[in-house]
Design a protein around this ligand. Structure first.
Ligand SMILES: Nc1ncnc2c1ncn2[C@@H]1O[C@H](COP(=O)(O)OP(=O)(O)O)[C@@H](O)[C@H]1O
Ligand SMILES: O=P(O)(O)OC[C@H]1O[C@](O)(COP(=O)(O)O)[C@@H](O)[C@@H]1O
Length: 344
């Protein structure tokens, strides 16, 4: 590897919603830095810690057995203040006072915007790593935490199916994803859900309650007794799964149970895919620094480590996989297009 300048000390922080695999990412950063004789300083509590100068040295011994845990050993936080120029200037001064050559920010789109904002005011190298369950960053096939969240949602949907089937019930399972439907789509497919309400679909053609009710009745007619499980992405129904279930029950006499998965989707052991992605990207981030990279996100595309301009990671959007949508809607939908046309 061609090395641009002597890098002696780098810093790292985790920001925004914690994502399963962030600890694996920290471990990889620290072990890679140690390999190249670089010291690592970690700022605790995300950008807040950078402003408060709350930092610790991270050595290999501190990260040896952390990759099997979700959360983040250096804590994460949301910090509104960091959007201001004055905050980025303070952060730059704190980094310079510690003679930091480069900063690695592990987080979602907001965190990477924050990293870019800092780069406007600081002369050190700034590298982002995609850490969010939402998978809503452009330039990388998946983000750290996403695989785990999908596993958790799928596991919950499987469990819901058992009770839903036993009692011939309709269930609405609300999943996270902020304003992206990746967790919703993949968990719905993995668990064979009958319906998905996802942000990307709602934008084109918002679902009406009457169309939903029609679909539920048609599925019951076609299949006979049994369950109907629907995946609802958060923010896609006023009042969420609880309100929708109440509406179906009260207005359409259709008993329905809501289930909110919430922050459960961010806990438990990270999936192997997340641990491995985090490990590879952590090393990649350090090697990018050694190559002189700046204002880029370390990403993974088609099993290759890539570098993506930081601003592209949030300005451009990854679409939902067309083929998964087609299969869910056309092949796996119990109500075929012909039948739908007839009844609509
Ligand atoms: N436009 C911005 N400029 C500077 N900092 C930002 C910006 N957007 C977000 N941040 C910082 O990043 C933090 C995390 O962003 P947030 O959107 O909450 O989570 P995530 O990074 O997981 O998407 C924010 O609390 C804030 O400190
Ligand atoms: O943990 P909080 O602050 O309640 O935020 C919940 C949000 O965080 C997430 O779990 C992760 O999103 P971010 O990566 O943007 O932080 C979203 O899916 C969810 O909308």
């Amino acid at each position: 590897m061609s090395v641009s300048k002597k890098i002696q000390r780098i810093a790292v922080l985790t920001s925004g919603g914690d994502a399963p695999g962030m600890n694996a990412a920290l471990r990889a950063v620290v072990l890679a830095a140690d390999h190249y004789n670089i010291e690592v300083i970690a700022f605790r509590h995300g950008y807040q810690g950078l402003l408060d100068n709350e930092h610790v040295v991270l050595e290999p011994k501190d990260v040896l057995h952390v990759l099997q845990y979700s959360g983040t050993i250096i804590k994460s936080a949301r910090c509104k203040l960091f959007k201001e120029d004055a905050a980025a200037i303070t952060a730059a001064q704190n980094l310079d006072a510690l003679s930091i050559d480069a900063l690695i920010v592990i987080g979602g789109d907001g965190s990477l915007r924050g990293a870019d904002h800092l780069a406007n005011h600081w002369s050190g190298q700034v590298i982002g790593m995609p850490g969010t369950i939402d998978n809503d960053l452009y330039g990388t096939d998946t983000t750290i935490g996403y695989a785990t969240a999908v596993n958790i949602a799928m596991d919950a949907l499987d469990k819901i199916r058992d009770t839903a089937d036993a009692m011939d019930r309709v269930f609405i399972v609300e999943v996270m994803g902020r304003y992206a439907g990746f967790i919703g789509l993949r968990s719905a497919m993995a668990a064979g859900a009958e319906r998905m309400i996802l942000p990307e679909l709602q934008k084109d053609k918002p679902l009406t309650v009457s169309a939903l009710v029609k679909h539920i009745h048609r599925v019951k007619e076609i299949r006979g007794e049994g369950s109907y499980v629907m995946v609802l992405s958060e923010h896609q129904w006023p009042g969420g799964a609880v309100a929708l279930a109440e509406q179906l029950d009260a207005e359409y006499d259709l008993p329905c149970r809501p289930c909110l998965l919430g922050h459960i989707q961010r806990g438990g052991p990270p999936a192997p895919a997340d641990r491995i992605l985090a490990s590879e990207l952590g090393v990649h981030a350090v090697e990018l620094i050694l190559r002189g990279a700046h204002r880029v996100m370390a990403g993974m595309r088609a099993n290759q480590c890539v570098e993506v301009p930081l601003n592209e990671s949030w300005e451009k959007k990854n679409p939902l996989t067309e083929n998964l949508l087609r299969i869910q809607h056309e092949i796996f939908n119990p109500v075929k297009k012909k039948q739908r046309n007839k009844s609509e």
